[in-house]
Write a protein that binds this ligand. Structure first.
Ligand SMILES: N[C@@H](CCC(=O)N[C@@H](CS)C(=O)NCC(=O)O)C(=O)O
Length: 224
């Protein structure tokens, strides 16, 4: 039996989605974020030394890191699913690109956005506030926001052939890309004016029955 070590309101939601798309049986072991720090509880350290989610266990195999989990599940159980193109093809190279892009390129500026926005609203002594805010604004305006804008424009262009990241075929690339696009929608503001394809992609993804089933099983998810 596959066990998903699922942190509430987190990236592990997309692993539940993939499992639902694959129609595989699985169980969920739930972990709750600390409401103040938003960090994972220490019990997750018993599953993997980094104590982050998602992690899955499948018998005596433990797999961490969303992209690696997605590859493990689709390669082990999804040969007939059509969710990953045949290896060595142009579509496969494109799929692998998005599997890596999601965490390697898309998430870092989105995480920086979250952190620097939080710094601006964190309670602190009044005389430190203008300095902290000044630094946060500078990092946001000179580095984070321009990178996010370029990245969102890139993803928007890549969806032109649409409707999915590989064109006609829905794939694990879409599942892996769901978290950065949901986070971009929340933190950087997708809009009909600038990113209509990303918004339409998000609506299509969220309308999939497997996505809905994963939401029901996963519990409250603020990104949907
Ligand atoms: N690149 C990793 C990121 C893992 C990660 O940062 N997960 C977050 C949840 S979205 C987490 O566990 N946060 C809680 C913490 O850092 O304590 C992946 O894709 O699996």
């Amino acid at each position: 039996m596959i066990t998903v070590h699922h942190l509430n309101n987190s990236r592990s939601q997309r692993i539940l989605w993939l499992l639902e798309e694959l129609g595989l049986p699985y169980e969920i072991k739930r972990y709750q974020r600390d409401p103040k720090t938003m960090l994972a509880p220490p019990e997750l350290l018993k599953v993997h030394p980094l104590g982050k989610s998602p992690v899955i266990t499948d018998g005596d195999i433990t797999v961490a890191e969303s992209g690696a989990i997605v590859e493990y599940l689709v390669d082990t159980y999804g040969a007939q699913s059509g969710l990953r193109p045949a290896r060595g093809t142009a579509d496969d190279r494109r799929c692998t690109y998005w599997l890596h892009f999601a965490e390697g390129s898309a998430m870092p500026p989105l995480l920086m956005k979250l952190i620097f926005m939080r710094i601006k609203s964190t309670p602190m002594p009044f005389f430190v506030k203008p300095i902290a805010r000044g630094i946060a604004d500078k990092v946001l305006s000179t580095f984070v926001d321009p990178n996010l804008a370029r990245q969102m424009a890139f993803m928007e262009d890549e969806l032109a052939p649409g409707p999915w990241f590989l064109g006609e075929a829905f794939s694990v690339a879409d599942i892996q890309m769901s978290f950065p696009i949901e986070a971009a929608n929340q933190r950087a503001g997708l809009s009909e004016a600038k990113t209509p394809r990303l918004l339409a992609w998000l609506r299509r993804a969220h309308a999939r029955p497997a996505y809905q089933r994963a939401l029901e099983r996963g519990g409250k998810y603020d990104f949907a």
